[in-house]
Design a protein around this ligand. Structure first.
Ligand SMILES: Cc1cc2nc3c(=O)[nH]c(=O)nc-3n(C[C@H](O)[C@H](O)[C@H](O)COP(=O)(O)OP(=O)(O)OC[C@H]3O[C@@H](n4cnc5c(N)ncnc54)[C@H](O)[C@@H]3O)c2cc1C
Length: 206
């Protein structure tokens, strides 16, 4: 799913879904799966009561391309695993965030500033002789709006925490766009869990 001017989020793989969460939760009461409605009621109860562990039975891996400043906010979510491309080992691609509302002189200046930074960076990492610099040092000249890519593996409970915080209007617009895309992706995997999550936690009535 495309996000911002040049980013994306894709669901690479997942384990578990509604059934796995319900199975884990039912172990607490030594009960068997019942009707669809009873299962839904159970999920609603778990979310209301903050009984989060059964949601850890779902695990998702996302492939993300996001501006560095978004990734920095994202990586504050410690319950999950990250693997990010390294600008010690890879040359930075000329790819940077452009806010959609920019126009006219400001848009031109925005692009110019980024291009100048990339021109200098390229001359440092591609240069010869005294001008040549290691990628790990040269990267510090690049702005925080450049795009990075990473894989994020996260369980359903930690993902709900991320969504709750990052879908809120207090969260920055840019990370909210990613959270919205992720919510759409996981609804295909665990439709009842995330439907009830929207209703009970986000308070969005269906
Ligand atoms: C609108 C907004 C503004 C923010 N502004 C700032 C800011 O100005 N500066 C800044 O530094 N951060 C800021 N943050 C980041 C915020 O403080 C959290 O670090 C971030 O949202 C991750 O949340 P989390 O700890 O719940 O998630 P995770 O790290 O994924 O943790 C999930 C849950 O696990 C538990 N947990 C994890 N680690 C620990 C631990 N060490 N001890 C106890 N319990 C733990 C907690 O219950 C936690 O809720 C902001 C976040 C938001 C949403």
């Amino acid at each position: 799913m495309q996000v911002l001017n040049s980013g994306f989020v894709r669901l690479v793989e997942s384990m578990g879904g509604d059934e796995a969460v319900i199975r884990n939760a039912r172990r607490c009461w030594r009960s068997e799966a019942k009707t669809k409605n009873a299962d839904r009621q159970l999920l609603r109860h778990l979310l209301k009561a903050g009984h989060k562990t059964p949601f850890e039975a779902m695990v998702f891996t996302f492939d993300v391309k996001a501006p560095l400043f978004v990734a920095r906010q994202w990586f504050r979510h410690r319950i999950g695993s990250y693997n990010e491309e390294s600008l010690r080992y890879c040359v930075a691609l000329r790819d940077y965030y452009i806010p959609e509302h920019l126009e006219g002189d400001v848009l031109e200046a925005w692009i110019r500033q980024n291009e100048v930074a990339f021109d200098f960076y390229d001359s440092l990492v591609g240069g010869t002789g005294p001008k040549k610099m290691a990628k790990e040092q040269a990267r510090s000249i690049l702005p925080i709006g450049i795009y990075t890519t990473f894989y994020w593996t996260v369980n359903g409970s930690a993902l709900m925490n991320f969504l709750h915080l990052r879908l809120d209007k207090q969260a920055q617009y840019e990370i909210r766009q990613y959270a919205e895309a992720i919510l759409e992706l996981v609804k295909d995997v665990a439709p009842i869990c995330f439907d009830e999550f929207e209703r009970e936690v986000l308070k969005i009535s269906g």
